[in-house]
Each structure stands twice: as C-alpha cells, then as structure tokens.
Write a protein that binds this ligand. Structure first.
Ligand code: NAD
Length: 349
C-alpha cells in the first residue's frame, strides 16, 4: 500500500470532493471543517459556477478546481491525498477507478456500485495502484449504531434472534434516485442498504438466504425503479431479519429482539437526532459529526497503512446481497447467499 510519505504526521490529508450535490455540500464539506486529520483540498464539478462558489466559500486555489473532463489532472495535485466520490450511484465505479489510477486513496459513497460486476474492478484498481478504498458507511462511526453493534456482540440482551429494520423516504419531486440508469435501483439501493448493514451488525453474522417481494407504488413517483421492497434475511439457526424500504412512506427504525430483552434505535439512520431504547431503559449520546469521524478514521487508516473498517469488500458484499434481494423478488423464490469469502474483510463479522 502507498503511504503518504510527503506528509508529516501532524499534517492534514487533502480531500477532493467529486460531485458537489446535497450530500457533499450539506454534510461532507461542513464535516471537513471539523476533521482533525483531513481538510478540503479540491473539488470536482461539471458546473463552473458551482466550482467558483465553492472556491470562494472554502478558500480553494484555482488550480484545485476540476471539471469531469480534466479530472485525471488531479494526479499531479500534491495537495490531494484522498478522492471522495459523491456522485449518483451509477457513476461511482468509473470515478473510483479513475481516482485510483491518479494514485489517490478513495472513499466511495454507498451503494459502492450499481452492479456486482463493477465492484471487483474497483477493488482491484485500488489494489493495483497501492491505494486504500473505503465506503462512506458513516453509521460505523455513529455512537448509537456502535452501541447497537456492541450490545449485539456482547449479547447484552441475550442472543439476537429477530431484527426489524425499516429505512424509507418520500420524494416531493423527481430526481436521479428515481431514474434506474443513474440510481441502479430504488429504495433498496438508496436506503435499504442501511437495513442490510444493520441486520448484519446486530445479528453479528452473515445471512445465508433471502426471500423478497416488491411493494406497490403508492405515490406515482417511482417510474423506472421499484417503489418499495420487503425482504427477509435468514441467518444461521433460523434467525430472521425482516426489512422494508420504500418510497411510499417515511420509516427509520432498527429493532433487535434478544433472548433476554430488546434494543432499538428510532430514528436509526439519520445524521443526528438518533434515539436509543432497550428493554431496560433509554440511551443517548452527545451529537457528533458522523461524517467527520468517518473521514478522520479513513485518513488514519491511510496514514497507518492499515485496512479500513468499511473496506471495498464490505461495499461489494452489500451489493451482492442487494442483487440477491432483487433476484428473489423478481423470481419469487428464496435465494441462497454464499458470503463466507467476505468474512474478515467485512470487519464487523
Ligand atoms: P445530489 O443529486 O444532491 O448530488 C449529485 C451530484 O452529482 C450533483 O452535484 C450533480 O451535479 C452531480 N452529477 C454529475 N453527473 C450527474 C448526472 N449525470 N446526473 C445527476 N447528477 C450528476 O445527490 P446526493 O444526495 O449528494 O448523493 C450523491 C451520492 O452520495 C449518492 O451515491 C448517494 O447515495 C450518496 N449519499 C450518501 C449519504 C450517506 O448518508 N452516506 C447521504 C446522501 C447521499
């Protein structure tokens, strides 16, 4: 793995944001003002006006502003150590591979890609270039979700035998998330991926099969993607996670039933304002920036040259599960999963 030898250990690593949309502007850029180990060093956008606005707002140099056409020039920019891909899902693979070829470490937003075939080349491109790859799984840095992982692992309420997860949202107007070509799928790709992640970290194991069905479109917004989907992930010993993700309602819950009690988050997947409860009482934590914690951790994995706790393999594992869920819903049958190759890479199990 490449190490950033040019940087002193007290110097922040430079992050280039690729795609200056709502998440980059509303969450990541403000979080980069709070990070200890990284800083905003460059931006990549197709809009000259947006680049100029960001340059003024964040005091960026003119030579740190890129369009998609000259993105490859970022290879020569020594102030950029990490490229953070925050584009519509179907563009992730192309820009992760380009960033790796430019010799930059890469964070890729979720879902890692819209097809399983795209995932392996992304991982391989990073390996070949000797750079680190992490997925933007911010909840692995959120104290509430970390507490859920810990209670599951320590069996604070016995062994978890059932999980219920719902991450659903409504749309007011059309956007790329409702366009299969750019989104790759509907709520399963966009939100349901959090339910998959959560089911795995509270079951503290990998699922062995899935049974899924599509839900009816209740709003007329979803034309080319599914409007909703329900699925059951079966874990060893007949333990079951029931999950739902739709564009028909607002939903935000994760609940785990253990043999000696229960624990839950509601809301579970937000940036802030999460709330925890167990059969013994409530739990709460001070607000932190999940994104700052996530990016700082990635910067440290780069500095120390150790694997990320949210590596490309975890992103690929989740895309494989997503594809199995779609296959089950389309073919109306239980689909077996064979995920053992991901053990050890996907750090929570
Ligand atoms: P957005 O629509 O607000 O921004 C997307 C950006 O991509 C825009 O700046 C747009 O100009 C640019 N873009 C470039 N080519 C485009 C094209 N052909 N079509 C549409 N836009 C194009 O979206 P967002 O909410 O910022 O989401 C971006 C990525 O971040 C997605 O992969 C999404 O899943 C992810 N995301 C993650 C979280 C999280 O909590 N981890 C939250 C929100 C979004």
């Amino acid at each position: 793995m490449k190490t950033t030898k040019t940087k002193r250990s007290d110097q922040k690593l430079g992050v280039a944001l690729v795609g200056l949309g709502r998440y980059a502007g509303g969450q990541l850029a403000p979080a980069l003002q709070q990070t200890k180990h990284c800083r905003l060093a460059a931006v990549v956008s197709g809009s000259p006006g947006k680049r100029e606005k960001w340059q003024q707002q964040y005091g960026l140099n003119t030579d740190s502003l890129y369009g998609y056409g000259d993105f490859a020039d970022i290879a020569q920019n020594k102030s950029v150590d990490i490229v953070y891909v925050v584009l519509p899902n179907a563009m992730h693979a192309e820009y992760v591979i380009k960033a790796a070829r430019a010799g930059k470490h890469v964070i890729c937003e979720k879902p890692m890609a819209t097809t399983l075939d795209d995932c392996r080349p992304m991982i391989d491109a990073c390996k070949k270039a000797g750079v680190h790859l992490g997925i933007g799984y911010r909840l692995h840095y959120d104290p509430y979700n970390l507490k859920m992982m810990l209670m599951a692992e320590e069996q604070s309420f016995g062994r978890v035998t059932q999980v219920y997860a719902d991450d659903s949202m409504l749309f007011e107007k059309p956007e790329w998330r409702l366009d299969a070509k750019l989104a790759g799928g509907g709520p399963l790709m966009n939100n349901g991926i959090y339910c998959i992640q959560a089911a795995i970290y509270v079951m503290h194991d990998l699922p062995i099969s899935v049974t899924a069905r599509f839900l009816k479109d209740e709003t007329g917004m979803a034309k080319t993607v599914e409007a909703g989907i329900e699925w059951e992930l079966e874990f060893p010993d007949s333990r079951l996670a029931t999950c739902v993700s739709t564009y028909n309602h607002e939903g935000d819950i994760l609940r785990a039933e253990g043999t000696n009690g229960w624990f839950k988050l509601e809301p579970a997947y937000e940036y802030k304002g999460l709330h925890g409860e167990t059969s013994e009482g409530e739990f709460d934590y001070p607000t932190i920036s999940q994104q700052a914690a996530q990016m700082d951790d990635f910067a440290l994995t780069v500095r120390k040259n150790i694997p990320s706790i949210v590596p490309g393999e975890m992103g690929m594992r989740d895309v494989e599960i997503i594809m199995a869920i779609y296959e089950s819903a389309i073919e109306n049958r239980r689909v077996l999963l064979s995920l053992d190759a991901y053990r050890g890479h996907a750090m929570t199990v």
